[in-house]
Design a protein around this ligand. Structure first.
Ligand code: ADP
Length: 483
């Protein structure tokens, strides 16, 4: 691989500031070519327990450092990542498949959290509260929670992990991270830069391999005080059940089933642009990706015809090549799921407007697809497709649109396109989602509280709320103050 900084290619676990190997290995594949690109140690229970011990042994020292000390390390890390953006993006594309342009975008997006939390680190204010007694004073302090575990998926190998760990470090927590075994190389490179930035040994540890026994240890070890997880609802429920006996705090950023509403009065050009970015980014493999389009019957033809033209112009290929819009899906199971959702929809009456098949490039590539005439009984409406398929259903009235949009157990993101201010307020208040894009298809950045409700989880990432997730409240009652 062409890298300017070869030191970013790491192939070991990282525990207590040391790179740790093991005899048992697992392999990482390039989803565009199915070539094996790395052979990495298979971490398990014992490595995880050592990582937790390491994080615990340095917690007090890290917590007691002035916030500015932690802030400066985060700033240094930010600047090292900035310098190495292109290399980090190459590593990501190689293991994840997304285009280099998207991978560079993700590295910058991830880094924006480091910058943000380097600034928030020095602003975790407490409170003083007027006392009910003349001789006491009441103070409220914010303290870091302790040892944190982060578990993150493969779709955004840098951003999902970074937006947790940067907030945790800023708050004064120490961390054991488990990235996805499908995409651990990006995480390893980020750890290397973290070490160069001065993150002390033990403050950040990275384990991966046998994810079930790693997960078991992270959930049941009482030293870990919080798990911050991004992934499927199924795994999120499992982890919270396992963590219940040690009364851990949890943040769960789980699956979504985002609706995208286009009203009769919408600016259709804007809606089509929004649809393209909210649906096809990362080949449709994001948790805030649109899963269901609801379009007013009077603008259905105009919207779907314009979207079809845009979809057909997307260039599919190996993300490392020039000008690629859509890389491969992550693995054959992902391709199979997308295919089965399309077949199910067609069998139940949907019409295929474009795409619909595995791409002629073979492997994990899939054609960007447009379906119309979908309805609630189809799998595509009920489950997260996680692929490049835009599926459209038409509606006639506002109440029908609202009912359809909320007809899911998930509640992460929703999008609406309308020029009516009263409709914007009404839908923003009645849609049961944690995040609403209003005439906008790209909604995430470091200043916003990212997160969901219902089966999409709880907890927020980014913004001042993201910092709160890693802090706990301590009340001090100071008595005996006789004047
Ligand atoms: P996805 O479908 O997005 O891969 P998963 O929930 O399966 O979602 O995976 C998200 C993350 O959770 C990955 O890092 C994966 O290895 C991890 N994971 C999955 N199952 C477990 C488990 N039983 N214990 C701990 N981590 C798990």
């Amino acid at each position: 691989m062409k890298l300017n900084n070869k030191n970013l290619l790491k192939d070991k676990l990282y525990i207590n500031g040391k790179w740790i190997d093991s005899e048992k290995k697992f392999q990482v594949e390039n989803p565009a070519t199915n070539e094996i690109i790395a052979s990495l140690p298979m971490g398990g229970k014992s490595e995880t327990s050592k990582a937790i011990e390491a994080a615990s042994s340095v917690f007090l020292e890290w917590k007691q450092k002035p916030a500015k000390f932690r802030s400066k390390i985060l700033k240094k890390w930010f600047s090292l990542i900035e310098t190495n953006t292109e290399d980090l993006a190459r590593i990501m594309t190689l293991e994840q498949g997304k285009s280099l342009t998207e991978a560079m975008g993700e590295i910058r997006y991830a880094n924006s959290y480091i910058e943000w939390f380097s600034e928030e680190a020095v602003r975790s204010y407490g409170d003083t509260i007027p006392s009910h007694r003349a001789d006491t004073r009441i103070l409220v302090q914010k303290e870091p929670i302790g040892v944190i575990a982060t578990i993150t998926p493969w779709n955004f190998p840098a951003a999902m992990m970074i937006r947790k760990v940067s907030a945790a470090f800023a708050a004064g927590c120490t961390v054991v991270s488990k990235p996805s075994e499908l995409t651990p190389l990006t995480a390893l490179a980020l750890v290397q830069l973290g070490e160069e930035a001065g993150i002390p040994p033990g403050v950040w540890n990275l384990v991966f391999g046998d994810f079930e026994s790693i997960g078991e240890e992270l959930c049941t070890n009482p030293i870990v005080r919080k798990i911050s997880f991004t992934g499927s609802t199924r795994t999120g429920i499992l982890l919270s059940q396992k963590s219940a006996s040690s009364v851990k705090k949890m943040s769960l950023e789980l699956g979504g089933n985002a609706p995208f509403l286009v009203f009769e009065d919408a600016n259709i050009e804007k809606a089509v642009e929004g649809a393209l970015s909210a649906k096809f980014r990362n080949s449709g493999q994001t948790c805030v990706c649109v899963n269901r389009f609801y379009v007013h019957a009077n603008v259905l033809d105009e919207f779907s015809n314009k979207l079809k033209i845009k979809i057909e112009s997307l260039k599919v290929g190996n993300g490392l090549e020039e000008e690629i819009d859509q890389g491969p899906l992550i693995n054959p199971q992902a391709v199979e799921k997308v295919n089965s959702h399309i077949q199910d929809a067609i069998q139940k009456g949907a019409s295929l407007k474009t795409g619909g098949n595995r791409h002629r490039l073979g492997g994990n590539f899939f054609e960007p697809t447009l379906l119309t005439g979908i309805h609630s009984e189809m799998k595509i409406c009920k489950e997260e497709t996680f692929g490049p398929v835009a599926a459209i259903q038409s509606f006639q009235t506002d109440s029908e649109a609202l009912q359809l949009a909320n007809d899911t157990e998930y509640g992460l993101a929703a999008y609406l396109f309308t020029e009516s201010v009263s409709r914007i307020w009404k839908f923003s208040e009645l849609l049961e989602y944690g995040m609403i894009g209003i005439n906008e298809g790209i909604i995430s950045s470091e200043q916003i509280p990212f997160g969901g409700i219902k089966f999409s989880g709880y907890g927020r990432e980014g913004s001042k709320y993201g910092m709160e997730e890693f802090l706990q409240t301590k009340y001090l009652c100071w008595g005996g103050l006789n004047h």
